[in-house]
Design a protein around this ligand. Sequence first.
Ligand code: FRU
Length: 485
Amino acid sequence: YSYVPETVAETGITIWTFGEQLSRMTGFEIDAWCSSDPARPKLHFSPIRNWMNDPNGLCIIGDTWHLFYQFHPAGTDWGPMHWGHASSKDLFHWTHLPVFLHPEQNLWRLGATGGAFSGNAFFDRDGSLKLYYTERLPAYDLFEGYREVQKIAVPGRGLVKAETITEILEKRPPGVQHDFRDPKVWWDDAADAFRMVLGASIDGCPAVLLYGSPDGISWNYIGPLYHAPAHFQECGARAVECPDFFPLEGRWALVMGFVGYTEPGTGRHNLLYALVGDFENDCFRPISDQLQLLDFGSDFYAMQSFRAGERQLAMAWVFNWETRKPGNSVYSGELALPREIGLDERNRLTMLPVSEFDAAYGSTVIPGRSSGAFALSGTPFEIRINGQLEGARVKATSGGSPAFDVSVEAGILSIILPQDNGSIHYRNDIATDSNLRIIHDAGIVEVFAEDGAVCGTRRNYQNIQPDEVTVISSGVVEVYERKSG
Ligand code: FRU
């Protein structure tokens, strides 16, 4: 690679060394360098440079949030996966830290081409942090192409680097092909033992696997926690990725992505689905078989949630593999705004930006009438409409050219971007007497309706700095600028 391993000075200042391109930058210089790129979102996390995908190992230690993420330090495309690392005091302003975990770390195998894949943070009962993750080992198994095994990384002092790596699970259950990844581990009081879910497929059908362990190290297969309906396999789904399973307000929620799935009729893919139900005696019983589409925008994937005090928080990757940042962007991939997960009276998961958002990015009301045109200064902005949503339309433009268009017609909420060329695939039913929030940041459009029960995230790369937004609505309209306080 052109990438050179990094150091952290004893002073606590991060020194980030990136071959010729960026050398020995302090945190301040990194921030200045990142914000000098007008195309880089301001409210949303992005890597300093090069490729990122899934958020990993999310946790809070003391007053510090830690975010790890799938990172390819040698290029702006997906490649051998490392774990990037950043920390924050407020979930919005991040300090970029050295690469935490390397592929086949501590084995020093030359030219490792597999990767340290996604995984979760787990605090053991003695308070120690263990990061459970998947290692993809390439080409050892000639018939399968690659092999995925589960490992634990235990961080060294100051969480700078994964130090101890332990392989915990290699053997796949019968019928499970090479996709066998993305562990989420918890301590289960009822079972008085550890539990883990993994994404996989069984005889070709996407499934979530449940494992148990007395010590967190040796694991036994309990059985499938969930089998996807045949529809998913018929529409291209190969396996479940990034399964997330967590207790929420007396119930349990299962969130998962289906790799390879394309929705018939719309062509949408990269979609995440949720089920809410009860979990007893190692058996998950959804209240309804109807999967909830977690975000209809299709640029919101690989969500990972975690417990922080009384709240279940989540982050996800904003990307869809098809539309790419134009030309010579130094990085690829961003994260959606951190969201808090709730459960509504219809047992739907709800997601709204965490309360820290208001503290980090204060809202200044842009004066205007309840409906009409609002001039924008180029900073991120938010529009809220409360009450009657039917007939609402929010159209942002840049020099008169469309940037995005969000509307509600006959109870259907849609998000239209310039790249759609007339197709309106990004739509969802909503209750028209409710509420709508639209947040825009340099081309990332996040929409929340019905108190977060309906979410749509889309990434746009054209006209990303709108100078005007026109709001037509018979509801109560507020337009805010979102600036760092
Ligand atoms: C989801 C995913 C995970 C995997 C990781 C690899 O986007 O495919 O299943 O662990 O990305 O980068």
